[in-house]
Design a protein around this ligand. Structure first.
Ligand SMILES: C[S@@+](CC[C@H](N)C(=O)[O-])C[C@H]1O[C@@H](n2cnc3c(N)ncnc32)[C@H](O)[C@@H]1O
Length: 391
């Protein structure tokens, strides 16, 4: 009877115990923390989020450990009950031999049999719940594993923040793989408020891989002057290059940008360059953000835009060793215009092709919701293509 009571109590406790720290909850907490982290630029805030995430991990681990302990106790209890069952089984089979029984033992046996049946029912139920708890525990362990990985990502992010604030961007610009991803633009290069301003780290890498100090670099869509600032930097790895930069509407404060309209006037005569860099408006994406006019690249029809860009690149390939063009696809709801693919079809395969991701923050929550509901992917990268001249 003591065993029965113990089992009833254990079962009741198991039934009542809420399994609150579920894996789903854990995952949503982690993604909320990740989201918050990706939005903050503040180191102490990032650290606080990281600490909270860590605390959640500890809580889940503790809860997993409690369950493990509970399972051990239940396991021991089940073993005891199994022993009892064996004993009752024996009694039951004895009961099958009438010649060895008298009337009083038959009544006792019946009672014992009922007890045995009850124990069997309870132990089956406990076994079922035990399995459920075990499964839940396994998924929490799985979660803890992924949580640890995510914490590492969080840590890397914080390291980046600290690194940039303490040492500047100087040590972390060079890319060795063909995905060039940057947490934020190096503030030393270009004007940060300029529409479509690119991270200067792109130009640092291009100059490093495709030019030497003293070489001429040309930019036909200079915008906020990012390429110029990189070329003028006093570092032979990417700077100390000659630079000629043009734009249809130069910024008043940038006297180093030559006023030139490539649509109206064609490609300027810059002599022979080592590298030409092209960061045109990505067709309609920023239409209206540059000074409006029919010869602005963002105002052209798609056919004319493609023809112009192809013409500019072909022309430059006759006057430079390398021509680099960066362009992101135009996305309007589910309509996706792949400018890079169009250029490759027209000009042939580039010598290098690099993926340059955008930050996810460029999309608003409603963009994400629309994409999910409309079942289309949101574009998250630009193509950087480098063609090599054969003349
Ligand atoms: C994407 S922005 C370049 C941004 C630049 N790389 C930076 O980091 O600041 C494109 C530039 O192309 C210029 N542009 C557009 N149409 C042009 C044209 N027909 N001739 C010359 N420049 C043009 C715009 O004025 C704008 O500055």
């Amino acid at each position: 009877m003591t065993e029965l009571m113990a089992f009833d109590a254990a079962k009741k406790e198991l039934e009542e115990r809420p399994w609150t720290p579920s894996r789903d909850l854990a995952l949503s907490l982690v993604s909320a923390a990740q989201e918050a982290l990706s939005r903050t630029n503040n180191i102490s805030e990032a650290k606080e989020i990281n600490d909270k995430l860590h605390a959640i991990g500890v809580l889940f681990k503790k809860s997993g450990a409690e369950n493990a302990h509970r399972n051990i106790i239940l396991g021991q209890q089940l073993l005891t009950i199994a022993d009892i069952m064996l004993k009752y089984d024996a009694l039951d089979s004895d009961a099958g031999r009438p010649e060895e029984k008298n009337s009083s033992t038959q009544v006792d046996e019946l009672t014992e049999k009922q007890k045995a049946q009850k124990i069997l029912r309870v132990s089956r139920e406990i076994l079922r719940r035990w399995r459920l708890v075990k499964e839940a525990r396994e998924s929490v362990e799985e979660w803890i594993q992924s949580h640890i990985d995510k914490t590492l990502t969080v840590q890397t992010y914080i390291n980046h923040l600290m690194h940039y604030s303490e040492n500047g961007f100087e040590h972390d610009w060079l890319k060795v793989y063909n995905i060039w991803s940057f947490l934020s633009p190096d503030p030393r290069f270009g004007r940060d408020t300029y529409p479509g301003r690119i991270p200067g780290q792109i130009n640092q890498n291009l100059n490093y891989y495709f030019s030497e100090p003293g070489d001429l670099v040309v930019d036909l869509f200079a915008g906020g002057g990012t390429t110029i600032d990189v070329c003028k930097a006093d570092d032979d790895k990417y700077g100390n290059r000659e630079i000629l930069a043009y734009d249809r509407v130069p910024l008043p404060e940038r006297e180093d940008i030559i006023k030139w309209d490539v649509v109206k006037d064609g490609v300027p005569d810059f002599g022979r360059a080592k590298l030409v860099f092209l960061d045109p408006p990505y067709w309609k994406q920023k239409a209206g953000e540059y000074v409006v006019g029919s010869t602005d690249m963002s105002q052209l029809g798609l056919q004319e835009f493609n023809d112009k860009l192809e013409g500019i690149i072909s022309h430059c390939l006759n006057h430079a060793d390398y021509v680099a063009c960066i362009v992101g696809a135009t996305q309007r709801k589910e309509v996706f215009v792949d400018h890079a693919a169009e250029l490759i079809m027209r000009l042939g395969l580039p010598y290098w092709r690099v993926i340059v991701p955008y930050m996810t923050q460029q999309y608003m929550p409603f963009n994400v919701t629309n994409a999910k509901n409309g079942r289309y992917p949101l574009n998250l990268y630009r193509d950087l293509m480098i063609w090599r001249s054969n003349v």
